[in-house]
Write a protein that binds this ligand. Structure first.
Ligand SMILES: [Zn+2]
Length: 1017
């Protein structure tokens, strides 16, 4: 999966060999139990008892409408369908980890008497508190005392993860989606093998009304069975009186019905308006991470790989797609036809299954006997050529690079009109946002860069993720870190003209910034709840994962060693599941110099954060010390973390060519090496390929500053950008005075390369925005003068004509967006003129792609042009351009328009709801809107988490953009108050911790540096 904002990014073996199925003490224990397993006290305490009572037998004791409604709304957080009755919701959510038991506190009168007597006997309030929850600790759980209704069996499983005694082998799915009524029926036949003796089968199902269930053991007769359901964990179960024996095979058939989802996950409906103004509907799937269970009952964990045979019934005027090629189409007697797809030729995790019903048109091409197709809605067909070409080249590259051919016969890439993530790597049927796949012939190289990198990312997943899959979501980085790394690596080779290096460098800087927070987490980290699974889709899994792979590759001797290691890994674990150690072991095995990759890399994946390396020098002796670079710490934080750091360095003797690079491994707290005494300066972390920050001490920084002031080209542009990034980070940490930051930046008027300029602008803009929002007017004015003075000549040099080089486009758009954002007259005049020309020509004259944003931003500031831009937005078909218009519209400083656009984004008609995170983050950048946005988020929180799951990347973006602008105690209190009031609706999210920490840091930085700024700016 590609998170949206970053886009700028068989082989079945005997499964018993797979270690994860061998070690399962809990399962064996439970299976021995002759009755139902005792509930683990910890787990019981973890969940309120009320939720346990939601267990019910199928067909009997069905709840009445109200109860049902109430119960459904108590769905796992963010897992949709939470919009029913808010009155019910607030009382019925079982997701309150800390909430006291509720249902059990409604005992019958008799029990009350017993209780009172009991209390009298014990005569101690403390003891009462101790014993009240006691009923949960019985073997059978907490039962209703009403003798007149049959006692329901308790749900036979008490954990978030499924038991491993049963393994699915194959699924046979038949689906009947009804796009007129937005619902579907389905039938799922699951063949399974028993791995350990057991009396139960537990699997996932969410929001499905199961109407019939039959079970067949080995060659026996199929018979009806009762399905138990435990909705809070989205699990269903069968209980057997006789043990199923290891080695037996069985078949479970489930018929069910459900509504198509109206959020962005599961089997969801989507619509768009075609060029003739007609509303078109379609249904598509997004299963990663936990939503396959919303389309069919299944063992919905990545390690339960199986084969899939999929059949979809449809009206003749729709078409369908799935992971595999279509095998046949059969007419049905109700006027519908059935498309049957070939059975998957590989074992596959459930989150990679996909199917789509709608109207799409393909362009296709054969690449090494694989049919590659790009699908779009019919009217956007002419925007698919670039994607087809890029996908074909990248597929060839990966086939060759991994030395394993793509294992399926076809590969479809499809642009879905309403899609939340950037893209999703479903095996053989990759789904994309339109902006991530479609580019016009006229599109700028920057837009092509976006499309090519998302394709490169998703194609890499066909090996990393699909062929070899992480065993559990705690190692999500094995999928995402790798795909992110491969996306940059492959593009440097396959499409070098896209200049992807600058983007990868910027991505590594942002990953460091996030990982410097105490609220960050280790790359591999425990994951035990749905929102923790969602939260793994963050910059640590993606960008830090990619960064440490780059560091590893750069530190291995010989350029093919890394590649050999990953080929070894892919071949060894093809079709299987792995954890992080499997990867490091494969890389260690191929190491020519017996480098212990495991030893080095586990220090980077098993602890959060990264090291600060401090350099001190005495004559020829250089001492390096390492410590955890932690912006804020609480008392509980371990400060003794050590990393195994492959430190690289260059010096004024030799600083540019790769041969200049020296390597020193720092494993301990400090280490020393020698350099000739004549060396004037050292630059560590050559080209910023390592994941650490360097402090050179006053003398070291002064020497580097002087060297740069003399001649910028003594260092590579990556090294210059890395100095700028590092010194700002050190200022935030409090190690370097802001005066030193400004001193280093004095060289910048001589800078011409993209990455140092964009990094400096980004850092200065951040401070500018904080000052602006604190209403430090005189400092804001001085900061503006400072930026225009230091970057003015470079800004003035920029042209407004077409520009072919991606790197120059990046430089130009960053400079001009800043200039126009600061109301630089030169800039705004040019932008206005271009907009006028564009409107006068009826949108036929072209604004260069990289300048569209700045032009639309300027237009949106004018009361006259904003409605014109809105009108253009309403009619634009090309999605990339449309998004820039939207960003422009949201950058208005008119309060009424801001409120309107926020509401429109939530409503989802004129502005698709998938764009709401973008709207919010744009509004928050401006002075006029950031408080409105914060109010808006508080007022509409429940509707937001209905659309975007708690913990998801979209919610992370929304929280971060709304709160990262705050720097006062009052705002800190407000943010804290709001999120803690949410309780189960989001208070536990890591992004909330991150937000609070960021506000504290902003506050601290301001208190410390306002005076310096007043003096030196
Ligand atoms: Zn991905």
């Amino acid at each position: 999966q590609e998170t949206e904002e970053t886009q700028r990014a068989n082989l079945p073996r005997n499964m018993i060999e797979n270690s994860m199925f061998e070690e399962e003490p809990d399962v064996v224990d439970l299976a021995k139990d002759s009755t139902f397993p005792a509930l683990d006290p910890d787990e019981v305490a973890y969940e309120p008892r009320s939720s346990r009572l939601l267990v019910r037998g199928l067909g009997e004791n069905d709840m009445d409408e109200d109860e049902e409604d109430c119960e459904s709304s108590a769905r796992l957080l963010g897992m949709s369908f939470m919009n029913r009755s808010s009155a019910h919701r607030s009382n019925s959510s079982p997701y309150t980890r800390q909430a006291p038991p509720r249902s059990c506190s409604r005992p019958s009168a008799r029990t009350m008497v017993v209780c009172v007597l009991f209390l009298v006997i014990v005569a101690s309030m403390t003891m009462v508190l101790y014993f009240l929850p006691g009923c949960t600790f019985t073997k059978t759980g907490c039962r209703k005392e009403n003798k007149t209704t049959p006692i329901e069996p308790p749900f036979p499983w008490s954990q978030f993860r499924l038991p491993h005694s049963i393994r699915p082998l194959s699924y046979d799915l038949t689906l009947n989606p009804d796009l007129d009524n937005m619902n579907f029926t389905g039938s799922t036949v699951i063949k399974m093998v028993v791995l350990h003796n057991t009396k139960r089968i537990v699997l996932h199902s969410a929001n499905l009304n199961i109407s019939k269930a039959t079970f067949k053991l080995d060659d026996g007769e199929a018979s009806d069975v009762t399905v138990l359901e435990y909705k809070p964990r989205q699990q269903i179960a069968l209980n057997f009186s006789e043990e199923l024996k290891a080695g037996q095979y069985c078949v479970l058939t489930l018929d069910y019905s459900a509504n198509l989802s109206h959020t962005y996950d599961g089997f969801y409906n989507s619509s768009y308006t075609d060029k003739d103004g007609n509303k078109r509907v379609l249904a598509a799937t997004q299963f990663e991470p936990l939503s396959a269970r919303k389309a069919f009952p299944c063992f919905d964990e990545p390690a339960f790989k199986a084969t899939f045979l999929i059949k979809i019934n449809r009206k003749p005027d729709y078409m369908t797609l799935s992971n595999m090629p279509k095998a046949k189409t059969t007419p049905l007697n109700n006027g519908l036809v059935q498309d049957e797809f070939e059975m998957t030729s590989v074992n596959m995790s459930t989150y990679l299954v996909a199917f789509i019903v709608g109207n799409f048109t393909p362009v296709s091409k054969n690449v090494s006997e694989i049919l590659v197709s790009v699908y779009s809605v019919p009217e956007k067909k002419e925007h698919t050529d670039y994607a087809l070409d890029a996908a074909s080249k990248l597929l060839d590259f990966y086939n060759d690079f991994f030395e394993i051919n793509f294992p399926l016969k076809k590969l479809d890439l499809i642009a879905i009109p309403d899609f939340l993530a950037g893209a999703m790597e479903n095996w053989g049927l990759i789904t994309f946002r339109e902006t991530s796949l479609l580019v016009g012939k006229q599109s700028s190289p920057l837009e092509k860069q976006v499309v090519a990198s998302v394709i490169a990312h998703e194609l890499a997943h066909q090996w990393f993720g699909n062929l070899v899959t992480m065993s559990w979501w705690n190692d999500l980085w094995l999928n995402e870190g790798f795909a992110t790394y491969m996306q940059y690596m492959s593009l440097q080779t396959v499409l070098p003209q896209l200049d992807i290096g600058n983007l990868f460098l910027a991505v590594r800087f942002r990953a460091l910034d996030k990982d410097a927070l105490n609220s960050s987490h280790a790359v591999s980290t425990a994951v035990n709840s749905p929102e923790q699974v969602e939260e793994m889709f963050d910059s640590v899994s993606y960008e830090k994962g990619a960064s440490i792979l780059l560091m590893l590759n750069a530190s291995l001797s010989g350029d093919q060693q890394f590649r050999k290691g990953i080929i070894q890994y892919l071949k060894q674990f093809s079709g299987l599941n792995t954890d992080t150690n499997d990867l490091w072991n494969s890389l260690t095995q191929v190491s020519t110099q017996h480098q212990n990759v495991s030893e080095m890399m586990s220090s980077w994946t098993s602890q959060k954060g990264f090291p600060l390396v401090t350099v001190s020098r005495k004559g020829d002796q250089v001492t390096l010390t390492q410590e955890h670079f932690l912006l804020t710490s609480d008392n509980a934080t371990h400060t003794s973390s050590l990393w195994n750091i492959p430190v690289t360095y260059v010096s004024d003797n030799c600083s540019l060519a790769p041969e200049c690079r020296q390597l020193f491994t720092l494993k301990t707290k400090s280490g020393t090496f020698k350099v000739p005494e004549s060396v004037k300066w050292l630059k560590l972390n050559y080209r910023n390929t390592g994941f650490y920050i360097v402090h050179y001490g006053d003398d070291g920084w002064a020497a580097l500053r002087d060297a740069l002031a003399n001649d910028v080209s003594v260092l590579t542009h990556e090294d210059r950008a890395s100095l700028i990034h590092n010194i700002f980070a050190l200022s935030r940490l409090g190690r370097v005075s802001f005066r030193h930051v400004l001193n280093l930046l004095n060289y910048i008027s001589n800078e011409t390369e993209t990455s140092p300029v964009t990094e400096a602008l980004l850092q200065l803009n951040k401070i500018y925005q904080l000052l602006d929002k604190r209403q430090e007017y005189s400092l804001v004015a001085r900061m503006k003068t400072y930026i225009l003075h230091h970057f003015g000549s470079l800004m003035d040099k920029q042209t407004w004509e077409e520009q072919e080089s991606v790197s120059k486009q990046e430089l130009r758009s960053a400079l001009l967006e800043t200039a126009c954002g600061l109301d630089d007259e030169n800039c705004t005049q040019q932008a206005k003129a271009l907009f006028k020309q564009y409107v006068d020509s009826n949108a036929t004259s072209r604004i260069p792609g990289d300048l569209q944003q700045v032009v639309f931003n300027v237009a949106a500031q004018s009361a006259e042009d904003w409605p014109t831009l809105l009108n253009l937005y309403g009619h634009a078909t090309y999605d990339a351009e449309k998004r820039k218009m939207l960003r422009g519209l949201a950058s208005t400083q008119d309060a009424r328009k801001i409120v309107w656009i926020l509401k429109a984004g939530l409503k989802g008609n004129l502005i698709q709801t998938q764009e709401l995170p973008l709207v919010i983050s744009t509004v928050c950048k401006g002075f006029a809107g950031y408080l409105f946005a914060w109010d808006f988020i508080q007022e509409n929180w429940d509707r937001l988490i209905e659309k975007f799951p708690v913990g998801s990347f979209a919610i992370q973006t929304i929280i971060n953009s709304a709160t990262s602008q705050f720097s006062t105690q009052a705002h800190l209190d407000q943010v804290q108050g709001f999120f803690s009031s949410l309780k189960e609706r989001g208070s536990q999210m890591r992004s909330v911790q991150e937000a609070l920490e960021t506000i504290r840091l902003n506050k601290r930085w301001m208190e410390k540096n306002l005076r310096t700024l007043q003096k030196w700016l």
